[in-house]
Design a binder for this molecule. Structure first.
Ligand code: BG6
Length: 497
């Protein structure tokens, strides 16, 4: 693999923060030898350090296994070949053997940590341990007004469990010091949704029920459960992706312009969207949702039910498609089609804004040529924004139209490395900026809405469809959208192949 190369940005794309003014911080990753830490958190901190954004801080990875600092740093470099083992980053990284269930380990940790102005505890463990860890760090005096904690999802598996999770943690730490991560919010392309909407005057006047026919949001993955079956089988696509990432995307697309970019102003608008979501319960859920599991196919020898670690007779969905409605003045009558799945044909996260046709066809063109405009916002991979326009197909004969894209490919237009979502989020939490984090209220409203769907699914009558791994999901999802005379857009589905 290629060594890490810094591309000097011509345009400051990510705010170039220097955290030196922050004073000394210590970032403690509980679950520090786990997959997320090794694959995302530590590599992100490494990248921040390389670009000079990390200021003056130390990083402490905590895990149950026994490692010396040297062994741990070696392990990280084995897992991340682009990292340079001689980097000064490794001088600030320490490993501590730690068992969250052992009271003595909290005391030992307190004594081992260097002094610092700010302490951040990143909870990257099973959520069942969150309240125990919060209590442990509080009881040994590691929580004060300069302590922040970061919670990784899943933040509960229902409204009730999410409430009790937050309650148990807020006993020990002030609510404003709790940072709930949804890594989608740290993606450059997701942040760009707000910029597209609120920094371009041509967009806003069209962004409503008068001009928009419907909206599609797709989060498709090619990977399956990848050794996470134990977790995934308890959660499924609705809890794993829709409750957080997709509802957050929906909020950014649908919310009213906030008064400013303060966290509380943005939160207020997102909450309005979540409150306006029409509940999908009972018969409505049966009509407007499709759930499915992937089956073995040419591209994958094991279907979901045969995966190791999945419960016998599992009713966990690996695919969901649904039609959602936002009941407010801006969006009344505009369907939002959401779909997500594992083992799909392509990796693709995309938002499609489908505009209405022109109100009257002045031009005498055949019906099949009468296409409406569409904005396609590709969040990943190959981040881009396309506006599909109608133009005249050159030629002397009858008038023929062709739909062509006006393209903005980030890779062509922006000469900067797109940082990993965790880089931005980790820097924000170190700096104390909670704008890109989820607030308790959003999380709970999202769970309340999802609980309605989950309850409806519990009824025996809700079918679990199947789709061959490596496809775009079951045909019932296409039927769901076809009922409304629409079809999904994506690679090989109208979008480019
Ligand atoms: C996580 C889910 O939150 O997001 C995973 O738990 C999923 O199941 C992942 O694979 C997708 O993230 P990304 O950034 O690869 O789209």
């Amino acid at each position: 693999m290629a060594k890490y190369v810094i591309v000097k940005p011509k345009i400051e794309y990510m705010s170039s923060k220097s955290l030196t003014s922050m004073g000394h911080f210590r970032l403690v990753i509980i679950g520090g030898s786990g997959d997320l830490s090794l694959r995302k958190l530590i590599p992100s901190l490494y990248a921040c350090n390389l670009e000079g954004h990390l200021g003056d801080g130390t990083i402490h990875a905590l895990g149950r296994k026994s490692f010396t600092d040297t062994e741990f740093c070696d392990l990280i470099c084995e897992r991340n070949e682009h990292m340079d083992r001689n980097s000064d980053f490794f001088h600030r990284l320490k490993y501590h053997q730690f068992d969250a269930m052992n009271n003595q380990d909290y005391v030992k940790l307190r004594d081992e940590l260097p002094d610092a102005n700010t302490t951040i505890f990143y909870f990257s463990t099973a959520p069942d341990l969150f309240h125990i860890i919060a209590e442990g760090i509080a009881q040994c005096g590691l929580v004060d007004e300069n302590t922040r904690i970061v919670l990784e999802k899943p933040l509960g598996d229902s409204y009730d469990s999410s409430v009790s999770l937050s309650d148990s943690i807020e006993k020990h730490i002030e609510p404003s010091k709790i940072y709930r991560i949804d890594h989608y919010l740290g993606k450059e392309s997701v942040q760009n949704l707000m910029v597209l909407r609120f920094a371009n005057a041509v967009i806003e006047p069209l962004w409503n029920r008068n001009y928009i026919d419907h909206v599609q949001i797709t989060v498709a993955e090619t990977v399956g459960v990848e050794g996470r079956a134990g977790y995934y089988d308890r959660y499924g696509a609705l809890r794993d992706i829709i409750q957080n990432h997709m509802l957050q995307l929906l909020c950014l697309i649908a919310m009213e312009p906030p008064a400013d970019d303060k966290p509380e102003s943005i939160l207020a608008e997102k909450v309005q969207v979540l409150r306006s979501l029409k509940p999908l319960k009972g018969a409505a859920a049966r009509r407007d949702t499709v759930r499915a599991q992937y089956a073995s196919s040419k591209s994958k020898s094991k279907g979901y039910t045969e995966e190791i670690g999945v419960a016998k007779g599992t009713q966990t969905e690996t695919f969901v498609a649904m039609k959602m409605q936002i009941e407010n003045w801006r969006w009344a009558g505009v369907p939002f089609y959401i779909r997500t799945g594992k083992c799909m044909e392509r990796r693709l996260s995309e938002v499609v804004i489908q505009f209405k046709e022109v109100p009257h066809w002045t031009l005498n063109v055949p019906k099949k040529n009468r296409k409406a405009n569409r904005i396609v916002i590709r969040l990943q991979p190959d981040e881009s924004i396309q506006l599909l326009m109608q133009i005249k197909q050159p030629g002397p004969k009858s008038l023929e139209l062709k739909q062509v894209p006006l393209d903005l490919y980030y890779a062509d237009s922006i000469d900067a490395r797109l940082p990993d979502a965790y880089e931005r989020l980790l820097l924000d939490v170190i700096e104390g900026n909670s704008t890109l984090f989820m607030h308790r209220e959003e999380v709970e409203l999202a769970w309340k809405w999802c609980d309605g769907v989950l309850d409806a699914w519990q009824e025996d009558s809700m079918p679990m469809y199947s789709y061959p791994a490596g496809t775009w999901g079951p045909e019932e999802a296409d039927i769901l959208i076809a009922k409304h005379k629409n079809s999904f857009w994506g690679y090989g589905q109208g979008g480019e192949d």
